[in-house]
Design a protein around this ligand. Structure first.
Ligand SMILES: [Zn+2]
Length: 160
């Protein structure tokens, strides 16, 4: 009788899953299954935990970038962006990442950055504009910020 290649394993998460162990030599299959049952979650729970970990990592990274973006906003005398509660942190990050990319790019001179990009960027406070243009390449940042539509200022809400 053939030795089964698929074993039902009860994983540490409590789920039982038929597991293909055909890649494990028959003589070691039971021991391998025992090891999996003792140490591993089923594939669904493993994927779920991985996804949760990934989301958490993304959130942490976004929070970190936002903190950097807020410092950048102050040191570069940029006005706070205007938009919805969800758009503001997003656009603040995007603006920081775009300007930082332009600043660090060898294709953009310091003069261009200081005399063209930065002054133009200061006039763009619309969060949605930054979000829409978030995938702009560093060398194209000057062109998009200097050709952006002029934002009409709402005097009562925006002191700038
Ligand atoms: Zn499970």
């Amino acid at each position: 009788m053939a030795i089964p290649t698929t074993l039902n394993i009860k994983y540490t998460c409590g789920h039982t899953q038929g597991t293909d162990l055909s890649h494990i030599p028959a003589g070691r299959r039971k021991a391998h299954a025992y090891g999996l049952a003792k140490n591993k979650d089923c594939t669904k729970c493993f994927a779920k935990k991985n996804e949760a970990g990934r989301q958490q990592w993304l959130q942490q990274r976004n929070a970190q970038t936002l903190a950097e973006a807020e410092v950048f906003e102050q040191t570069h005398e940029l006005a706070p962006v205007e938009g919805s509660e969800k758009q503001i942190p997003w656009a603040t990050r995007v603006r920081y990442e775009l300007l930082k990319a332009a600043m660090d790019s060898s294709a953009v001179s310091e003069t261009t950055y200081n005399n063209s990009i930065l002054p133009a960027a200061r006039t763009i406070v619309k969060a949605s504009w930054w979000i829409t243009n978030s995938d702009t390449a560093a060398e194209d940042v000057e062109e998009i910020v200097t050709t952006a539509p002029v934002t009409e200022h709402i005097e009562t809400e925006n002191p700038f």
